[in-house]
Write a protein of this length. Structure first.
Length: 254
């Protein structure tokens, strides 16, 4: 026999369906805010043109309504339903809701998030980066031993998994940890031809350089000619103008 509280529990699948319908009702014409301008070339992604603040507010309300009856398992089921939806905002809502159960997330969820990426359910930079920023990255901060495991994704055939290998380490390198893994990931991805990978690696290196600028400069001088120019430019964009021009010159090669 079910516990009374469980018998009355709102199904995550039903809650996800309700949330999807609510987002659809909030849809705006593209004229006022057209999200497509930020995702050129991605013909499979759809948009309701609902702002991030509204999506986040909905996630907060859903969490408040179900926090007492849902565990992280129900939050994962909710997110699993929404991540496969073609609409960006629907995917984001599932991630935002699960992030509110972040304190209960464990390494056992890492394969779930990797599956989202490898199955192309996070087939854009915004969804991938949200998974990294709100789920994988914070978990690595709590469980630093996961950094090499995620870093190994840099060799994956799926570009979103590879991007996650870099972006997921950013919260750690900002705190001065996982730097060895970060530079190993960067070296593994320097030959990658995908523009979104090159930008992610440059972003990772830039954040690593804030902790140890000498190490970043040493890395760029050593590997510079083999590093894509996009990566170099992202890595050095916050440096003083003189230093930036100097490194652009000595790293010229690709």
């Amino acid at each position: 026999m079910l516990h009374p509280s469980k018998a009355r529990m709102t199904s995550p699948v039903r809650a996800a369906a309700d949330a999807r319908r609510a987002l659809k009702r909030m849809a705006r014409p593209a004229a006022g805010f057209d999200a497509r301008r930020y995702f050129r070339g991605d013909v499979h992604l759809r948009f309701y043109n609902v702002g991030t603040g509204a999506v986040r507010g909905m996630a907060k309300a859903i969490c408040r309504a179900h926090r007492e009856e849902w565990s992280v398992a129900e939050a994962v089921r909710f997110a699993n339903v929404l991540i496969v939806d073609p609409y960006l905002e629907v995917k984001g809502l599932g991630i935002e809701l699960l992030a509110r159960f972040r304190s209960a997330c464990t390494p056992r969820l890492l394969p779930v998030w990797k599956r989202w990426l490898a199955s192309n359910h996070a087939n854009n930079w915004a969804t991938t980066d949200a998974i990294c920023a709100y789920l994988i990255g914070p978990l690595i901060l709590i469980e630093p031993s996961l950094a090499p495991r995620v870093g190994a994704w840099a060799r994956h055939r799926n570009m979103w998994v590879r991007r996650a290998a870099a972006v997921s380490l950013i919260p750690s390198v900002r705190k001065g940890t996982a730097l060895n893994v970060a530079y190993k990931v960067a070296r593994a991805l320097h030959a990658d031809r995908e523009d979104l990978i090159q930008k992610a690696v440059g972003w990772l290196l830039r954040e690593a350089g804030k902790t140890d600028p000498v190490r970043l400069e040493r890395h760029l001088r050593r590997y510079g000619p083999s590093i894509p120019r996009t990566t170099v430019r992202y890595a050095i964009e916050r440096m003083p103008d003189v230093k930036r021009k100097q490194l652009l010159a000595v790293t010229h090669g690709r």
